[in-house]
Design a protein around this ligand. Structure first.
Ligand SMILES: Nc1ncnc2c1ncn2[C@@H]1O[C@H](COP(=O)(O)OP(=O)(O)OP(=O)(O)O)[C@@H](O)[C@H]1O
Length: 565
């Protein structure tokens, strides 16, 4: 039995500001000395200082401006680089998690949804990390410094800012909850539409043959319409949050301006710690007021990035969930330890006390199942449809974990640690071999680096694929095998097995299904040729193929029935 893999750690939300974000915050604070210099210059001018009073502050403002621009540029570059690296890491982690799920898992995300989340929705993390996170940090820190500077001169002006400021986060939080829900709904809609589109494109021939194109187009149109509405809802909320913020920040600035103006005119004498503000001090306070609200306005402008980013993070996290793990997906290949590869002799296969039930189902498909297949033996698994032949082959191939019991290949128990290495000595011929878009050669080699062109050519000759027109160099097969007949697709699957260098256990799932008698006989001949000196387990409804095996094992009866051929 394969022991369960360790629990998956949830995706991390990146909350800590990095050095790039801190530097952007410092850049925002440079406005403090700039405003002080500006106020000094105006005070100097008003005091009759002439050009001399303006020159040095102007130089200072210019230099500080350059420093600010430099800090901002560096900070943004740095944050952007970090965000892209984090996104790449998250994508890789999610792709690994998807690859670590059993191909038989019914709860696996549809491929259209997975592609949409990984390629498209995940991009929403970049604005989240590059714009929202630093803006949030600036909105927490920068106003505090500015408030302290204002309060130094006038507690009354500081009080006005202090009262106006908390209203903004409160209203934004209220708006934010709605924004998050709307953004999640939009993502679900987008993923659903992508999955729907991909699925229907794959089944276009069926839809056209059954005259269901119009109905499908109608559903797609309705789905696009719903996506439009959801996108508009997200945008409406984004505009609403900016409007709330603009209102409160405008009110705050206006109140400070009114206070400073009347204070300088002498009508409002309080609020400056018992002193009278000078023109320069009043101007300084006035210049800081909009800057106090600036980080909050920036935060509002990127508020919807937060909702989209968190929804994307959640979508990536959801992709990583699966009910059926692929045994050994997380373990390193321990080929040497198991002696799996290059063992030279065909392995015996033993199944002892096997228990398996599909996730979420109470009835067991196998309960205490026993099977012994000798080294080099050729066995047919037969039985009614739904008896569990494919499931048993998948369990033997380590494509899904048994609930209890032991499977051993060549005496090596199939476990989390040995599954990957054991799979290397198996060749799998599935019921519906997937044909990738590309040449036949590429479809035979499947990117395996240890397989060269001569081996591929030899395997194609063996499977009689070399005389198929589609196999000519430069001819590409369509996605899902369009361009190949059913029989040719089976021959392609045979070539994939033939080219496998270490395979001494062949697992074939209904290789002759849907083939005419002549082609079925040819496929059976090829399979028997391949299986010479190897162990072969084949699931089949074909009595002719079953009769060519050493024996048959019937599933779906009270006790496994074994019949000598
Ligand atoms: N991915 C899956 N998730 C949940 N249940 C499944 C899954 N695949 C198959 N089943 C169920 O498991 C049972 C055994 O299916 P399996 O495909 O192994 O039967 P089979 O004997 O190979 O049938 P056939 O001869 O028609 O190919 C069936 O009841 C089927 O509905």
């Amino acid at each position: 039995m394969t022991e369960p893999s360790p629990p998956r750690s949830p995706l991390k939300a990146f909350t800590s500001p990095d050095i790039g974000g801190v530097v952007q915050g410092v850049a925002a604070l440079v406005w403090l000395p700039q405003a002080a210099l500006l106020a000094m210059a105006v005070q100097g001018l008003a005091g009759g200082g002439g050009m001399a009073a303006v020159l040095w502050p102007a130089v200072g403002i210019l230099l500080l401006g350059l420093l600010r621009a430099g800090c901002e540029a560096w900070g943004v570059r740095r944050t952007f680089g970090r965000a892209r690296a984090q996104l790449t890491a998250l994508r890789a982690q999610t792709a690994m998690a998807l690859a670590g799920g059993s191909p038989l898992d019914r709860e696996r995300a549809p491929s259209g949804l997975a592609a949409s989340v990984l390629a498209e929705q995940a991009e929403a993390l970049v604005p989240y990390l590059v714009r929202y996170q630093p803006a949030r940090w600036r909105a927490t820190v920068v106003p505090l410094f500015l408030l302290a500077a204002v309060a130094w001169f006038s507690w009354a002006a500081a009080l006005v800012l202090l009262v106006a400021a908390p209203l903004i986060p409160i209203f934004m939080a209220i708006v934010g909850w709605r924004a998050k829900a709307a953004s999640e709904a939009q993502m679900v809609e987008m993923g659903g539409m992508n999955a729907f589109l991909l699925d229907r494109l794959r089944g276009l021939a069926t839809l056209r043959a059954l005259d269901a194109i119009d109905a499908t187009a109608g559903r797609l149109g309705a789905s696009a319409q719903s996506l439009r509405q959801r996108t508009m809802a997200v945008l409406r909320i984004a505009f609403l949050s900016s409007a709330v913020l603009e209102l409160f920040s405008a009110l705050g600035v206006a109140l400070v301006a009114v206070y400073v103006g009347f204070h300088l005119l002498g009508s409002l004498g309080f609020g400056a710690w018992g002193q009278q503000l000078s023109l320069g001090e009043g101007l300084f306070v006035l210049l800081l007021a909009p800057a106090f609200f600036e980080p909050l306005r920036e935060l509002s402008a990127v508020w919807h990035d937060r909702a989209a980013g968190e929804a994307a993070l959640q979508a990536l996290d959801d992709l990583q969930r699966g009910a059926l793990p692929l045994p050994g997906a997380g373990a390193a290949v321990t080929r040497a330890a198991t002696g799996a590869a290059g063992a030279g002799a065909a392995p015996a296969v033993t199944v002892h006390g096997l228990h398996f039930s599909w996730p979420g189902e109470s009835t067991a498909l196998f309960d205490g199942y026993e099977l012994r297949i000798g080294a080099g033996e050729h066995v047919a698994l037969t039985g009614p449809s739904g008896a569990g032949k494919t499931a048993l082959l998948s369990l033997l191939a380590g494509l899904m974990p048994a609930t209890r019991g032991e499977i051993a290949i060549g005496g090596v128990p199939l476990t989390e640690h040995t599954a990957t290495a054991l799979r290397q000595r198996m060749a799998w011929m599935g019921q519906k071999p997937h044909v990738f878009a590309g040449s036949v050669e590429a479809n035979v080699a499947l990117g395996r680096t240890d397989i060269g062109a001569p081996e591929v050519a030899e395997a194609m000759r063996f499977a009689a694929l070399d005389d198929v027109a589609q196999a000519h160099p430069g001819t590409a097969l369509g996605e899902g095998g369009s361009g190949l007949s059913g029989g040719e697709a089976v021959r392609l699957a045979l070539a994939r097995v033939a080219v496998h260098p270490h395979a001494d256990l062949i697992l074939a799932d209904e290789p002759t299904a849907h083939l005419d008698t002549v082609t079925a006989a040819r496929v059976a001949d090829a399979l028997m040729g391949l299986a010479r000196g190897r162990t072969l387990i084949v699931s089949t409804h074909d009595p002719v193929l079953a009769a060519r095996m050493d024996r048959s094992v019937s599933l779906g009866t009270e006790a496994p029935v074994e019949k000598a051929a």
